[in-house]
Design a protein around this ligand. Structure first.
Ligand code: ACO
Length: 334
């Protein structure tokens, strides 16, 4: 890695589908309640994509916003990564559709699949591409229409998720901004703690599988909870050590927004007060890969982070996957 070349975050954006769904609305059709969802998860509402809002449309909207914020046109981008586990089509990559919608030209474009860890994985990969000189301006978008995988009759999962997209623009910088230390991890032994079984090469869709509702996500919530706390804490600690800083130096932690109880457990174990942890899952639910960049966008817009601040991003998702980054917010000269 070139030690005098960094990958500063110079633009950020987000996008949501139009339709808002409250807890009460869910309680009208399944056996649940606003009180249960609030107290067990912290979620009050979520946005759900309509038929004209596939992943690429939300992704392109977030990417467009991030480019506008950076003051860059689509032609400036040389690499596009779309982190998603809910692609427009099984094949080809959603990144190619997004490239087309943004009018980006013949740039490299690929999808990255790491479920809810997609953005932190993408930041790690994107930063490496910029720091090694392969890319100069990289657009990283994390977008999921996770409700596509939801069985709306399954109260164990349907109350937890929402749809959305978040994006950042990474630009080569001589000053130490952007991700200063990152790590990624996975444990395939936990593959079926949370999964969609049907629709891939292992179990191609059949009428019988559809009747069994195997095209939808299932999840062992309690097990995932334990792994999430452990995965995020260990990778966050590693990133802070590798960045050569202490937790006292971190202005704000921006964690994956799955469940406020998971976030509180992580904060407690890391010895951080909740005032230094960003939470917005009350309004969006778990937006999968999009949750960290949406939270990062809102933290920046609300002035919770300003140029020069150190931000810790940490995420956990299906796979199982996890990862963290210590980011210096702001930029020097590109
Ligand atoms: N409404 C009412 N009752 C419910 C609901 C609901 N929506 N969902 C479950 N229950 C019931 C259960 O059936 C159970 O009833 P029982 O005791 O009679 O069997 C009871 O509530 C308690 O269930 P628990 O599983 O003990 O509830 P818990 O407090 O663990 O909360 C939850 C469940 C919210 C799923 C929690 O375990 C969790 O958040 N886990 C992490 C999940 C997660 O983050 N997944 C995403 C990973 S990221 C990615 O890659 C997309």
């Amino acid at each position: 890695m070139n030690s005098s070349r960094y990958a500063a975050i110079v633009g950020w954006g987000m996008a949501l589908p139009r339709r808002l769904v409250t807890n009460d609305e869910l309680a009208e059709r399944i056996e649940t309640s606003d009180e249960w969802i609030r107290s067990r998860t912290g979620i009050l509402q979520r946005y759900v994509a309509g038929p004209d809002e596939p992943t690429s449309v939300l992704a392109a909207a977030a990417g467009r916003a991030a480019l506008a914020q950076a003051g860059l046109g689509p032609e400036a981008v040389d690499t596009l990564i779309v982190a998603t586990c809910t692609p427009d089509r099984p094949f080809p990559a959603t990144a190619c559709a997004v490239q087309q919608q943004l009018g980006m030209g013949r740039t490299a474009a690929f999808d990255l699949v790491a479920a809810c860890s997609g953005f932190v994985y993408g930041l790690s990969v994107g930063t490496s591409l910029v720091r090694s000189g392969v890319s100069h301006v990289l657009l990283l978008i994390a977008a999921d229409v996770f409700t596509h995988l939801i069985d709306w009759d399954d109260r164990n999962t349907c109350v937890l998720f929402g749809d959305g997209a978040g994006a950042v623009v990474l630009r080569a910088d001589e000053a130490p901004f952007g991700a200063l230390a990152s790590n990624m991890g996975a444990w395939g032994g936990g593959e079926t703690l949370m999964a969609v079984d049907a629709g891939g090469t292992l179990l191609p869709i059949t009428p019988e599988l559809l009747t069994q509702r195997r095209q939808y996500v299932y999840m062992n919530g309690r097990e995932i909870f334990k792994h999430a706390v452990r995965g995020m804490c260990e990778s966050a600690e590693q990133a802070v050590v590798e960045a050569g800083v202490s937790f006292d130096a971190i202005r704000l932690v921006v964690p994956h927004q799955a469940n406020v109880r998971i976030i509180e457990a992580v904060a407690k174990r890391l010895g951080l007060p909740m005032e230094r942890v960003f939470v917005n899952l009350d309004r969006y639910g778990n937006t999968s890969a999009a949750s960290v960049p949406i939270a990062l966008y809102e933290a920046a817009e609300q002035g919770r982070i300003v140029a020069g601040d150190l931000v810790l991003l940490t995420a956990f998702g299906g796979g199982l996957t996890w990862g963290s980054s210590v980011v210096r917010w702001g930029h020097g000269h590109g």
